[in-house]
Design a protein around this ligand. Sequence first.
Ligand code: MF3
Ligand code: CO
Length: 263
Amino acid sequence: MKNILKNKYDLQQIRISGKITANVLEMIQPYIIPDISTEEINKICHHYITHVKKAIPACLGYNNFPKSICISVNDVICHGIPNKKSFLKTGDIVNIDVSVIKNNYYTDASKMFSVGPINKKNKLLCKIAQNSLYLSLKCIKHGARINNIGKIIQKYVEQNKFSIVKEYCGHGIGKNFHDLPYILHFYNKNDSTIMREGMVFTVEPMVNEKSSHTKCMEDGWTIKTKDGGLSAQYEHTILVTDIGCEIITHQENEKIPKIFINT
Ligand code: MF3
Ligand code: CO
């Protein structure tokens, strides 16, 4: 419980870490092109995190995860492992998930990239995933119920005829990678947890084109859609404030503000 509410020093460090995570996602954009291998993207991010930012890629070695970031292409929902034999191709939709540790503080964010032009339906899937995350930020403030987040995300996703993955959730973050509170992306009426000023957690909805069901591959990590439909995810690390929230991993090119006032 003592890690859940952050003090001034914690927040100072979390903001530094979050800036680095955001910078990785900004930096990598020009490399998301046809015929690059996912291993090459991993290498570029690893070098940038370790050498340019003097930080640690949190995924590397986490429960024996073998690479520095997760790259999840098309029907991969999450935890895709970068590989020198898999190459991006025109029309792919790609999630890059970056988690860094700086001065012992973790932050976590991911976004979708398109490889060259993508079709209308895939564009919509990515847009709905992003909008679902953005919409949910409007309910975050001290005193609000945590289950409002999942309620908003699920309703919006299903109204748009997509499905929300139930097996993986957001999480508290700070001195630990994964901590309380857990943030479900669907409505759980029995979760009565209340948001408190100083809580930091991720919101990371995974949205599927067809059914929400998942399957884990033989490598023990890669999670795919059961039906082969495509999947999209966006993730931010969020700080709860007295009147709203702050996007700790906010990126330069985002069309929403870094600070939300939700009164
Ligand atoms: N960024 C992922 C998360 O949200 C990290 C998964 S752990 C890994 O928790 F080892 F697969 F990277
Ligand atoms: Co996460």
